[in-house]
Ligand binder design. Structure first.
Ligand SMILES: [Fe+2]
Ligand SMILES: [Fe+2]
Length: 448
């Protein structure tokens, strides 16, 4: 059966056909509506209750208040009759460990409430619903039978029969040295970004000589993850179209892609998930840096890209202990670092800082890698670590279904304050997530 993934701010309305519409929902809310007699149905994926007033996006379908009426109108235009419509509502989870502030904000809960209010005012009955809770959901609509189903987005892993041997520190040290070395070109650019000294001449020749990185940069530029309107076929063209700073970010991302995709999917729930999570966190960190004005955006991008590099080191162990790790993080709701300590005696933040040292990354980046789950422990550049922490949190709440493991979002109020934000700005911050990041997953998968 062919599946079609619907991203936030999008909907599909269709007549009967062999197709399943699907939405992966964290804090977002999905609504399916069908008129079985007219054989018309559809699914909409909503990001927020309503517009925040700070959004750069012109997409009313992102918000329950404006999106749901558009969706219902489209169903009527396709031949559905409101008196026969039936709805199903899912999502709006809190995702992860929950703080009091989270409960107060409860963006997903409010999105679901507005959706249900609109359905009720239109006299459309809700036949099935799963909202709230702490786990992500997957909402499916089978356009052949017009039946909707709601499942846990992570699914349940098959029992693993692999023998798991807990690693000792020497094993971890060996795994750090087994990670492929960081390409020199990436290191050079990371240093330039850190020093605020962008010099294309210094890297141009090296890039042109390296056909593999050149091809990877062009592929990444053309993926809709970066939202470029014009097709890029050479580094020179990319330089002209996106400018020096963005080209440098693309080169670093493309040259690290292989390190991220070498993994066996211990931490990720989908192929390429770790790279996608890293690039998404990088782009959001850059947006947050620009919004708060507290950190240099280029540095925030690099730190976001590298924050979870320790997962590359530990992935092989997590993949052998997958069933246990899955149960601890997804069912027992144990925080990621705690579950890693229990399973391996080591966290990805510790492994990442060891790898960062072996790559001779600067202290600021190593500090971010080490403390991005507990940013108040940062000592080198606390604002940067808080920006990356928040970007990571936004990725896990609004790009649900990619990574295994919950982030600790306690002290969110003081963590936001550290970068000049207040909890009531949370919806505005969510609205800063570029549409291309919300829609990113399929494109990056297709690139591979
Ligand atoms: Fe992490
Ligand atoms: Fe992360």
């Amino acid at each position: 059966m062919i599946k079609h993934l619907i991203f936030p701010g999008n909907y599909i309305v269709s007549e009967q056909k062999e197709l399943v519409l699907e939405a992966c929902l964290g804090s977002c809310v999905g609504v399916t509506i069908c008129d079985k007699e007219a054989k018309v149905g559809g699914l909409i994926h909503l990001l927020l209750p309503e517009r925040t007033g700070c959004s750069k996006k012109d997409k009313p379908e992102l918000y329950a208040k404006t999106g749901l009426p558009i969706f219902i109108r489209a169903l009527c235009e396709a031949g559905a009759d409101k008196t026969r419509m039936e709805a199903c509502v899912a999502g709006g989870s809190l995702i992860g460990l929950v703080s009091e502030i989270d409960l107060d904000l409860d963006i997903g809960g409010r999105t679901a409430e507005i959706a249900r209010g609109i359905l009720s005012s239109e006299s459309i009955p809700v036949h099935q619903t799963e909202t709230g809770g702490y786990l992500g959901y997957r909402l499916d609509l089978d356009l052949k039978s017009f039946n909707s189903s709601i499942n846990l987005s992570a699914g349940r892993p098959a029992e693993s029969h692999k023998v798991f041997k807990k690693p000792v520190p020497d094993d971890i040290a060996r795994s750090v040295s087994a990670v492929r070395p960081i390409p020199q070109i990436a290191l050079k650019i990371i240093r330039m970004i850190n020093d605020g000294n962008y010099n294309m001449n210094e890297v141009a020749d090296e890039i042109k000589k390296d056909q593999i990185i050149t091809a990877a940069v062009i592929r990444l530029c053309n993926s809709s993850y970066f939202g470029l309107k014009e097709k890029i076929d050479s580094i020179n063209r990319a330089f002209l179209l996106i400018g020096e700073k963005h080209l440098f970010q693309m080169i670093v991302s493309a040259s690290l892609e292989n390190s991220f995709t070498d993994v066996r999917q211990g931490y990720s729930l989908c192929k390429g998930g770790l790279f996608q999570h890293s690039v998404g966190t990088a782009v959001i960190a850059e947006e947050l840096a620009r919004f708060t004005g507290i950190v240099q955006p280029g540095i925030a991008y690099t730190a976001g890209l590298l924050h979870d590099i320790g997962k590359v080191v530990l992935d092989q162990y997590i993949s052998s202990a997958y069933t246990f790790f899955y149960r601890r993080t997804q069912i027992d709701m144990v925080e990621l670092g705690e579950a890693e300590k229990e399973t391996l005696g080591f966290t990805h933040t510790e492994a990442g800082s060891l790898l960062g040292e072996s790559w001779s990354l600067n202290e600021r980046l190593i500090d971010t890698i080490r403390h991005h789950h507990h940013p108040e422990h940062a000592s080198v550049d606390p604002e940067l670590v808080h920006v990356v922490y928040l970007a990571d949190l936004l990725m896990s709440k609004f790009q649900a279904g990619q990574e295994l493991g919950f982030l600790n979002n306690g002290n969110i109020s003081s963590r936001l304050k550290k970068i000049g934000l207040i909890p009531s700005q949370f919806s505005t911050i969510v609205d800063l997530i570029p549409q291309r990041i919300l829609e990113g997953s399929i494109n990056l998968h297709d690139m591979r």
